[in-house]
Design a protein. Structure first.
Ligand SMILES: [Zn+2]
Length: 264
């Protein structure tokens, strides 16, 4: 929030959530909500955006993620409606955002400059990070999970690891991860970094040595990661998602990918 207007981050999973988010903002300020940044296409972040567009908010998203939402959104919305019930998803649509952010952009909310930073190809094809220059508070989206197992359905883990280094080096004071508690200590980056590096090496090694996904999953989640929230179900999905992708890769290229520095 600046002296003139407000920037919201994410829209939540349903139209109703998006509406209630605006009501919650109204309880804090009468300033107009000018922008909403949707960090990426995953439904828990994006499906409420129609409520914000309807309210005249300029909803910002990376074009690759807007395209992914248009492509995959309707089927995911149908699935979500079956799972949670039509009364919760009523009014929800997977409509397009208002504006695209293809490169880093600075917006001014009135004596409050805020960076919208583009990170392509990490957690998804176009993750957006919001950095408030005044307070240093930074919203990392799903590039950062704290105390919770990061999900990888659209991830490129090699690129994601380089993004984490860049994010950690930003002049942030408090960080808001996509999932998990607010962080002040950079050590919390290890929750995402170590987990995705483990997933990557474990699955790549298995593909190179001819182990099956069942053989990877059989012993369960290894001890250092077992305490992460949702570690078990995320491990099962991630192994299958990555295995399919790595199996289709040239073994030499995969070998090179595995040759990453070991965890420090
Ligand atoms: Zn996500």
């Amino acid at each position: 929030m600046g002296s003139r207007e407000v920037l919201a981050i994410e829209a939540g999973p349903t139209h109703r959530y998006g509406q209630e988010m605006l009501v919650a903002i109204r309880s804090v300020t009468d300033l107009p909500v000018r922008y909403a940044v949707i960090t990426h296409r995953h439904p828990d972040h994006s499906f409420g955006l129609g409520a914000l567009v309807d309210a005249g908010v300029e909803v910002l998203m990376h074009p690759a993620e807007a395209a992914g939402l248009a492509r995959e959104g309707p089927a995911l919305l149908d699935l979500m409606t079956v799972l949670v019930g039509a009364e919760w998803t009523e009014g929800t649509s997977t409509e397009a955002p208002s504006s695209m952010v293809e490169e880093d952009r600075l917006v001014d909310l009135g004596k409050r400059p805020v960076d919208i930073l583009v990170f392509e190809g990490g957690h998804t094809k176009g993750d957006l990070v919001v950095h408030d220059r005044t307070s240093g508070v930074t919203f990392f989206g799903d590039l950062l999970f704290v105390e919770r197992a990061a999900t990888v359905p659209h991830a490129d883990i090699g690129i994601w690891l380089t993004h984490l280094d860049r994010l950690e080096a930003l002049p942030w004071t408090k960080g808001v991860p996509g999932h998990g508690p607010v962080l002040e200590d950079p050590a919390s980056f290890a929750d995402t970094r170590d987990w995705i590096r483990f997933l990557h090496r474990r699955v790549a090694d298995a593909v190179l040595t001819g182990e099956s996904p069942a053989e990877i999953l059989d012993p369960g989640v290894p001890a250092p990661y077992a305490g992460l929230v949702e570690a078990g179900p995320t491990f099962s999905r991630a192994v299958l998602q990555l295995y399919r992708r790595y199996e289709a890769m040239d073994p030499a290229a995969l070998d090179a990918l595995v040759e990453q520095p070991p965890p420090d």
